[in-house]
Design a binder for this molecule. Sequence first.
Ligand code: UDX
Ligand code: UDX
Ligand code: ADP
Length: 461
Amino acid sequence: TIKMIKKIACIGAGYVGGPTMSVIAQKNPHIQVTVVDMNEARIEAWNDDDLSKLPIYEPGLDAVVGEARGRNLFFSTDVDRAIDEADMIFISVNTPTKAYGKGKGQAADLKFIELCARQIAAVAKSDKIVVEKSTLPVRTAQALKSILDNTGNGVNFCILSNPEFLAEGTAINDLHHPDRVLIGGEDAAAIQALVDVYASWVPKERILTTNLWSSELSKLVANAFLAQRVSSINSISELCEVTGANVDEVAKAVGQDSRIGPKFLKASVGFGGSCFQKDILNLVYIARSYNLHTVADYWEQVIILNDHQKTRFAERIIRTMYNTVNGKHIAFLGWAFKKDTNDSRESAAIYVADHLLEEEAHIVVYDPKVPAEQIYRDLDALGTRSPADNRRLVSVASDPLSALNDAHAVAILTEWDEFKSYDWREIKQRMKRPAFVFDGRKLLGRAELEALGYQYYAIGE
Ligand code: UDX
Ligand code: UDX
Ligand code: ADP
C-alpha cells in the first residue's frame, strides 16, 4: 500500500525535529515537509524572516532553513492538517524522565507520545507510516501500534523506529554525513519508503535496517556507551589528581589503542544534555523491570560517577577558597551543556551552581547563547530554594567582562572557543587576589595561566 513519499509531517519542532526535517527537506526537494508544534512561539521563531532568530542555535542550520523554507519546508501549528495530508509522520516530541508516579526519576514519560498517537489516530483518513524519532524505551512501538489500531478510523498504520544520532552543536554536519542511519520495522515496503528518503544523500551502506526492537535498543545503548566513556575517563581524572598523572596524557595514550579509539575521552566537569542521563535511566529501569539487577547496577554507576564529578568540582572550589564562598563573587563562564548550542538541559553548570548557592556564593553567569530567563528557569526547576533567592544570588551578564569584574574566582563550565581568546592578562587585573581559575573543561593552559599569576585548578591534573 505504501508508495513514494510525497508529503512528510513531523510532530515536534525541537532540537531533533527541527534540524532533521530541515535537512530531509533540503535533500528531497520533491517531498513537502511540514514541521508542526503546539508551541506557537516556537513555530513563529522557525518562521522568522531573520534567520538568526531561529529557536535553536546550531551552526549551519540557518543556511539549510534559508534554502528549503517556503520551497518544500514549512513550519506550522496546524497539527491536524499536517497529519491528514502526510504519507509519513515523524514523532519527534520530548520524552522527559517521569517526574511522578511509578518509575519517577527513571522511566521515560510517554504522555506526549501517547497524545500524538491518539491525535494521529483521530485525524488520519488514509494509510500512514508512523516513524518514532524520539528516543523511547524498548517496545514503545508496540504501545504506539496498539493505540493507533484501536482508536483509529480503520486505516493502516505501519510503525518504524528511526532513532536520531545527531549531537547538538554539530547537528547539521552529523545529518549531512551520518555514521549510519538506523531504520527498524517489520514492513518491508514501509522500510524501503524511508530508506529512499535518506538515500537522497546518505550512501546505501550506511543505512542499516533491523527489527523494531533492535533499533529502539540500539539508540539507548549507543548513548549509554558514549556516556560510559565520559564517566570512565572522569573517574580516572580524580585518580590523576592524587597521583600526579595528567588525565589528557592518559587519555591520549589509552585512546591511541585502535581497539579503544580517541573520541569521547575528554575529562570534564560531567556530561549533560537531554539524552545521556535520560537514556541510561531508561536502560536501568528496563533492566530492573525484568529483574536484571546486576545489569541495572552496572549502568547506574555511570550516572553515580557523573553526579560525583559535578559535586567534586563544586567542593574543590569551596575547599580551595579557604572553605568559604559565602558572599564571594564567582564568575561562571558557560551555562550550556556543551559548546555551540543554546541548550542547557541537564547541564553540569546547573548542579555546580546549586551546590555553591547552598553555600551562599554570588554567581555571575556569562554564556554566549543561553538567555537569562533560561538560566533562572533551570535553577528554579531544581526547587532547592525560592525563585527570589535564585535571583538574589545569581545574576546574568551580557558580556564576559562584566561577569569577571571584581570576581574572586572564575569557573569554566562550557568549552566555548571564545573563552580561550580572552585577554587573561587583563582579566587578572580586574579580579580580586588571589585570582582563582577552576577549569572544568581543561580549556586554558596551566603554564600560561600560572605565568600570569593565577591560582589554576583543572580537572584531572
Ligand atoms: C590483553 C590486552 O588486549 C593486551 O593489550 C594486554 O597487553 C594484555 O591483556 P590478552 O589478555 O592476551 O590481552 O587478550 P585479549 O584479546 O585482550 O582478550 C582478553 C579476554 O577478553 C579474552 O578472554 C577474550 O576472549 C575476551 N574478549 C575480548 C571478549 O570476551 N570479547 C571481546 O570483544 C574481546
Ligand atoms: C548525544 C549523542 O552524542 C548523540 O549521538 C545523541 O543523538 C544525543 O546525545 P549530545 O547530548 O548532543 O549528543 O552531545 P554530546 O557531544 O554527546 O555530549 C554530551 C555531553 O558529554 C556534553 O555535556 C559533553 O560536554 C560531554 N562530553 C562529551 C564530555 O564531557 N567529554 C567527552 O569526551 C565528550
Ligand atoms: P528534542 O530535543 O527531543 O527535540 P524538544 O523539547 O526540543 O525535544 O522538542 C520537542 C517539541 O515537541 C516541543 O517543542 C514541544 O512543544 C513539542 N510537542 C510535544 N508534544 C506535542 C504534541 N502533542 N503536538 C505537537 N507538538 C508537541
